[in-house]
Structures are given as C-alpha cells and as structure tokens.
Design a protein. Sequence first.
Length: 133
Amino acid sequence: MMGQGVKAKCKNCGLEAVADQFKLHYQLRMMVCPACFSGKPQKKDGILKNEVKVEEKKRPPGWDAEDEYLEKLSRMKQAENQAQFSKIPGTDQVRCKCAQCKYDFKYDPYKRMPLKCPYCDVDVPRLKTFNLL
C-alpha cells in the first residue's frame, strides 16, 4: 500500500510522489515530496527559483541608503502631521483623529467645535477638504 495512491507532482523538484507523503516545508512554505523534505539537495536552484523577488523602484544614479532613510522619514512625518477626518453619515459632523495623541472625537466643521483636542489640548487643524461636508 506504500507505493499506491494518488500521485502528485512536487512544485519544488518536479518529481511525482504519493500525495499522502507530501509534507509542509517550513522554509519553502509549500507542500513538498519526501525527497525535498528530507533535505537532500537534488536541485539547489529549486529553492532559489521559488523565492519571491521584490521589484525595486527606479532610482536616480547616486541614490544610497541615506536618501532612502530621508524619503521614508519624510513620508512618516507627513502622515503624522495630518489630522484624519472621516464623515459621519446622517450628521454634519466629522470624526477627527488627533495627530498628536491619536484620540478619536467628533468635530463640527461649521461651528469649528471643539477648538482643541479634548484629550491633549492641541489645536484641531482646519478641514480643507469639502468633500467630507
């Protein structure tokens, strides 16, 4: 009964084996045949061809790690400085998330109330996008 049963093709090495004998390989993150699971190096490029290749953005010549760090820091700072507004359906109010303390509260853009965050007392920025109103 050992050699009988449904056979499946291993995606790592391409050999066929009984489907009941396939095991989940922790490094490859897929089901592999017993030969691949035992660690025998049948095909060394099998692991390399299954690795996910991440495409990098095109960068100008001279782009280095310092430039990458500065770009990431700039994106993080822009996201932090913006208070986040979302419309509350059925009312004139919007839900505001404070940029400093991340406290979530209701804000009335017509009356401009409250003027400051109820939790940390930081001024609420003006709502510039009128599509939420």
